[in-house]
Structure formats: structure tokens, C-alpha cells
Design a protein around this ligand. Structure first.
Ligand code: ATP
Ligand code: MG
Length: 662
């Protein structure tokens, strides 16, 4: 046994080792959270490469989020593997399409869609369907679900009937919008995310020559988080494999959290039916979390109904004991956010690094209060799954400026050229003060860092190469990393881990989400989502909720039904933690999202731009603010107001602002 192999096997337990050393062919690892599934597959790839069973360049590993793919690349690099591909299904498909498209279609590659809701809106308008933004979002989600589930427009009504799924508008109207949207999209030569997969599958199915070429190139496939595979992804995977069976899958049926989007744990649970000779490995030891966190996770999931065989694994904690998970109840949401921010500050002061802390929530709109609270206390953060990096205004402007400049013979070192060009957009030598200006500066700086990375890895990389790289990343939603506390939705947190995790907003109506009520399957998915959240914590786990939404409001909320039986009655944290701000209106100081100037007004302003903001109202921003208003109002059932003064958008407030509205 070579030195490298020995090292690879040393950090594994016997079951993990069995999965790593299984001969090439079908392998299935069924195991709970934190048991080392992701670790096992990265080690398996490294093992197969180091023992000469496969060349690194022939390996394609797919995961479900860009962050997870990035982590896998990092872990593989640490094991000495650089040539293996670790990507999301979408980015793998995009890359392949770019390569095959000119030969198969004979045309310039189509563009990725930007502004999907707008296109759905056009289609809805043409067929007389409702065009309110929240309906359009639902329609877009419905089209995504149909495409991911391989349901053609005509089959939609029957499919929803069979699955007992409630269409957002009449099923026939969904059909008409779906058809109209597809038509418009093709006319404009645009692709959406599902198209990337659909076209890839079609190319592999209809062009045997191309498929053969692809199968020559990739010979060994690995899929992480296989419990959340959609029929469409499964079809792409089958296209990749052809008649071969060199496939390793790992997953945990208890962590299926995307079934609302068409995912199903069935391919995982029925893997041996498809590959009867598959090696099956079960892992039970939890290496991630303290025994206290593991025990809480076991409790959360043991209450689940209808757990399929193969998902009834109990986790056994391996780590030394840590602090007990903590529960806290607050009078109102701002008090909850302030307390969480203070706890985060205490952790950071005590030496926990920013990147080891996460605040996880059910819906993205919940992040705002935490953004405010962390800004006020001076803790940097990054939001995942909220506004996407490449959709930020400054980044769009920057990419446009860089693209414009790349036409000229681009002089000097790439990072210097990029820095000089971005200087004009606000990338000053010294960072500005003020939350949003600083944030903008940081994201521009992240582009320079990307340029440095590219210059270091690709010899002679120039500006046009860099712009190509940015476009590729934008298409694949692959942002650069920034140091800060993570704010993420529970959905975006899967596969990841932090030393300290705050699960916030655990009230009925938010967790489980209101629209799951009355639908047993949806409630079970919510429960699994909480299980995913709990199992992200290595050591510190805080779970909190607030009885009313705003200070002085009616305290009519109840803690999440999933918590009953988990919070011990005599637990000190089960007492109500009284809000500091009880009864008095909050007069939060906030900064403009656009220019960093102070926002005036004493109303609880959540998001906005100030009167002095230099630029004109940007339609795009306005659209996003409207979206925000409608989703927030819908999800949390509160009224929200957009405030204008002299045709300048001042702010969005959640209470009718008496002092600025006039
Ligand atoms: P999830 O279901 O959440 O994706 P997972 O099963 O993929 O979890 P990993 O992320 O691979 O779990 O591992 C969880 C943690 O445990 C990681 O920090 C990993 O390095 C560590 N770990 C895994 N196996 C071992 C082991 N045999 N010895 C020590 N640490 C381990
Ligand atoms: Mg994992």
C-alpha cells in the first residue's frame, strides 16, 4: 500500500473505508447527517485516482449547490486531486452545452435568461392570466417544477391531479402560460436553468457520436445529496452513464427538502433495484456534532411520519460533549435579532471565526432584520440565496464596464487593469465607511481578487478571458467568497457545517411555513428542513422565536410545533427572555442601500434609499423592492409601504410611516 493510499484510509472508519475501497461500479452510501458521506466520496475519488483505477480528469462529481461544489474542489485539492470536475448539475451541463452546441445546433450558443419573471409575465398577459408579481412567481415555480419533473405543458393538468398538487391558477391557464413562455424563450434564443439540463439530455440521447465522445472523456461519476435528485437530473445522469454503471451515490432520505421542486429520494432508496450488484454502505457515526446536538437531531427526526425503510438510521455522536443546545423566546422579532447579534459578537470576541457562524431561517425575507442587527453591532456578514452576487447592481455595472474595455488591446497585469477600471465605479484605495457603500466596495474588491486568482492560474490571461470567466460564473451562480457570518435559508444550508448555528424565527406559520398547513407531506418536508438545520451545528446551537412581529405588537405567535417535547420545562432558557425594546417604537438608524447615506425617519424602515441618493430611480431596483414588498407581505402577512418623497424612493417601511409620508 502506497503512502498516499495509507494516508487516505487512515482518517476513515471501517464502513467509510469499505465505500472508499469498493471496486469501480455502483456504490450507494445511505447515511444520516454528519456521518462523513461527503468526506467518503472525496476520499473515494482520491483513492481511485491514486491507485491508478481512473485518471482524475475522467471523474465528474456533482452536488446540488455551488458552495458544496466549491467545498468538494477544496477537499479534493487537499487530497492532491486537481483535475477532477466537481460541479453542480447545472454548471456541468452548461459547460457541456458550450462545448457541443456549435456542432449540434450550428449556431452561436443561446444566452441564459435574465429576467425570467418578466418573460412569464409577458406570456401570462398574452393569455389573459393574472399578472400580479406573486402570481407570476408561483407560475414560474410551477413551470420549473413541471420541467424538472419532465412534465410537458399538455400533461400538466393530469399530473397535478394525480399528485394532489394545488395549481396557483386554473390548471388550463398554467398550461397556456407554460406554452407561451416556452415559445417566447425560444424566439429570443434564451435558455433557462432547466433548459440547460433538458438540452444536455437531448444531445446525449439524440447524438450518439457526441454521447460517445462524452463517455470517452468521463468514466467515473459521483453524486452527493442524491436524495434530492429530480427526474430531469436523473435523466441527464442516465445520459452521462449510457450503458455503464460506474456511479457512486450518497444521500440521506431524511434530508429530502426539495420535493416541492420535483426532487425525490426514490432513486436513492431504490438504487439496488436498478443496480442489484451495487455495494451498499450504511454509516451511523456522527463526526460533526456534539452528542447533545446529535440527540436533539434524533429527537426531531424520530417524530417524522412514514419514514421509508433505509432512512431509519439513528445517529451516534462521536465528538466530546459540548454546551447544551439553547432555546430562547423573545417578545418581538427585532429583540430576537438584537439578542442573536449580541451572542454572535460574544462568540467572535471569544475567538470563534466569522466564517464558523451561521444564522439560518425559513424564508429569505427573514434575513433583513439580521442584516440590520449585525451591521449595527459591526459584524460583517454574507447572505446566501438572497440577492445573488452577479445580480447586484455594482457587479452588473462592473461586468459591463470590463466587457466594454476588453475590446481594446487590454496593457499591464490583469489585476492592475481590473483595479484601475473598477476605481471609477467606487473601488477606492481605502474602504468607505457605511454599511452598503462598504458592501459595494467589498464586492468590487472580490472581482479584483478573482482577477488575481485567474492571473495566478492561467498564464497570459487577459481582460477578455477574465470577462469570459465572469460570465461563466454568473451563469453558474458561482460567486467569489467573502469572509463573514453566513446568513442563509435552511434550504441553502444543506451539506454545510458551522461551529455555531442560530436557528431563528421558529414560530408556527414560519417554521413550519403557513402554506404547509393541512398538507401532511408538506409538514413532513418542513420537519426534515428543521432536521437539516439542527444537524448543521458542530458545537453551539441556539434556537429562538419571537411572540410578536414588532415591538409592542400583539404577542399571539406560538413557538414551532416541532419544538414541543424538545424544550425541557425546567430548562432555564424556556423562560421568556424579555425584550429590551418592549413597548417603545424602534428608532433604528439605517443607511441607504444605494449610496450609504443616512435614512431619515423614525419609522422602522427596512430597506430603501435616501433622499440624497445621487442616481435616478433605477427601475430594476424598484422592481426588486416591489417584489420584496409583495413576498414579505405575503409570507408574513403584514402590510408594507413604499415611501416616496418628490418622486424619489425614500424607503420601504412596514408600518404606515406618519412622519415621512406627508
Ligand atoms: P451531510 O449529510 O450534512 O451532508 P455528511 O454525511 O456529508 O453530512 P461530512 O460533511 O462528510 O458529512 O462530514 C461531517 C464532518 O465530520 C466533517 O467535518 C468531516 O470532516 C468529519 N468526519 C467525517 N468522517 C470522519 C472520520 N472518520 N473521522 C473524523 N472526522 C470525520
Ligand atoms: Mg454531505
Amino acid at each position: 500500500v502506497g503512502e498516499a493510499e495509507k494516508n487516505l484510509l487512515e482518517g476513515l472508519d471501517p464502513e467509510q473505508r469499505a465505500a472508499v475501497q469498493a471496486p469501480r461500479g455502483p456504490v450507494c452510501v445511505l447515511a444520516g447527517a454528519g456521518t462523513g458521506k461527503t468526506r467518503t466520496i472525496t476520499h473515494r475519488i482520491a483513492y481511485l485516482v491514486h491507485t491508478g483505477h481512473v485518471a482524475a480528469g475522467q471523474v465528474l462529481a456533482v452536488t446540488f449547490t455551488n458552495r458544496a461544489a466549491g467545498e468538494m474542489r477544496t477537499r479534493l485539492r487537499a487530497l492532491g486531486i486537481t483535475a477532477a470536475q466537481a460541479r453542480t448539475f447545472h454548471s456541468a451541463a452548461l459547460r457541456q452545452l458550450r462545448y457541443f452546441w456549435p456542432r449540434v445546433v450550428g449556431d452561436a450558443p443561446w444566452e441564459l435568461i435574465d429576467g425570467k419573471i418578466r418573460l412569464v409575465g409577458q406570456a401570462a398577459h398574452r393569455v389573459g392570466a393574472p399578472t400580479e408579481v406573486e402570481v407570476l412567481r408561483d407560475l414560474a415555480a410551477e413551470i420549473e417544477w413541471s420541467k424538472s419533473s419532465l412534465i410537458a405543458p399538455d400533461d400538466y393538468p393530469e399530473a397535478v391531479r394525480r399528485r394532489n398538487r394545488q395549481p396557483p391558477v386554473q390548471a388550463q391557464q398554467v398550461v397556456a402560460v407554460y406554452q407561451g413562455y416556452e415559445k417566447l424563450k425560444n424566439q429570443h434564443k434564451l435558455l433557462d436553468f432547466e433548459d440547460l439540463l433538458l438540452h444536455t439530455a437531448a444531445v446525449l440521447e439524440d447524438h450518439p457520436q457526441v454521447a460517445e465522445e462524452f463517455r470517452e472523456r468521463y468514466r467515473c461519476f459521483v453524486v452527493d445529496e442524491y436524495q434530492d435528485v429530480t427526474p430531469l437530473q436523473q435523466r441527464v445522469l442516465s445520459g452521462w452513464l449510457g450503458a455503464r454503471d460506474d456511479l457512486t451515490v450518497v444521500g440521506d432520505a431524511n434530508q429530502t427538502i426539495y420535493s416541492f421542486a420535483g426532487a425525490s429520494p426514490r432513486p436513492l432508496l431504490e438504487f439496488t433495484r436498478r443496480f442489484p450488484e451495487a455495494a451498499v454502505v450504511r454509516l451511523e457515526r456522527d463526526y460533526r456534532s456534539t452528542p447533545q446536538v446529535v440527540s436533539l437531531a434524533n429527537q426531531v427526526i424520530s417524530a417524522a411520519r412514514d419514514r421509508p425503510a433505509g432512512s431509519r438510521l439513528k445517529l451516534i455522536g462521536q465528538r466530546p460533549a459540548g454546551p447544551p443546545p439553547r432555546f430562547a423566546e423573545y417578545d418581538d422579532e427585532p429583540a430576537e435579532a438584537a439578542a442573536v447579534a449580541q451572542r454572535i459578537k460574544d462568540l467572535v470576541d471569544a475567538g470563534t471565526s466569522l466564517s464558523e457562524i451561521a444564522v439560518l431561517y425559513r424564508v429569505n425575507a427573514q434575513s433583513e432584520l439580521y442584516e440590520q442587527a449585525l451591521t449595527e453591532i459591526g459584524i460583517p456578514y454574507l447572505v446566501r440565496g438572497g440577492e445573488r452576487f452577479f445580480e447586484r447592481q455594482e457587479i452588473r455595472q462592473a461586468v459591463m464596464a470590463l466587457r466594454g474595455a476588453s475590446a481594446d488591446p487590454p496593457s499591464g497585469e490583469l489585476p492592475d487593469v481590473v483595479r484601475a477600471l473598477l476605481h471609477r465605479l467606487g473601488l477606492t484605495e481605502e474602504p468607505p465607511t457605511g454599511g452598503s457603500a462598504r458592501e459595494r466596495w467589498e464586492s468590487l474588491l472580490a472581482l479584483v481578487e478573482l482577477a488575481e486568482e485567474l492571473a495566478a492560474t492561467v498564464e497570459g490571461a487577459d481582460l477578455s478571458r477574465f470577462v469570459g470567466e465572469l460570465e461563466m460564473r454568473a451563469a453558474a451562480q458561482h460567486p467569489p467568497t467573502v469572509e463573514g457570518v453566513t446568513l442563509a435559508s435552511l434550504h441553502a444550508s444543506k451539506g454545510l457545517e458551522w461551529d455555531a448555528v442560530f436557528l431563528i424565527g421558529l414560530v408556527d406559520g414560519t417554521m413550519p411555513i403557513q402554506f404547509a398547513d393541512g398538507d401532511d407531506a408538506a409538514i413532513e418536508e418542513e420537519r426534515r428542513l428543521l432536521y437539516v438545520g439542527v444537524t448543521r451545528a458542530r458545537e453551539h446551537l441556539w434556537m429562538s422565536w419571537a411572540l410578536s412581529r414588532s415591538p409592542g405588537g400583539r404577542r399571539h405567535r406560538r413557538r414551532s410545533r416541532f419544538l414541543y417535547g424538545l424544550v425541557p420545562d425546567d430548562h432555564p432558557a424556556a423562560r421568556v427572555a424579555r425584550s429590551q425594546s418592549h413597548g417603545k417604537p424602534s428608532a433604528t438608524k439605517l443607511t441607504c442601500r444605494i449610496c450609504g447615506g443616512a435614512l431619515v425617519g423614525t419609522v422602522p424602515v427596512k430597506l430603501g434609499r435616501c433622499k440624497d441618493c445621487p442616481s435616478d430611480i433605477d427601475q430594476d431596483l424598484l422592481g426588486r423592492l416591489r417584489d420584496w414588498r409583495s413576498t414579505r407581505a405575503k409570507e408574513l402577512k403584514v402590510p408594507a409601504y413604499v415611501v416616496f418623497t418628490d418622486a424619489t424612493l425614500v424607503a420601504i417601511a412596514e408600518q404606515r410611516p406618519t412622519d415621512t409620508a406627508g
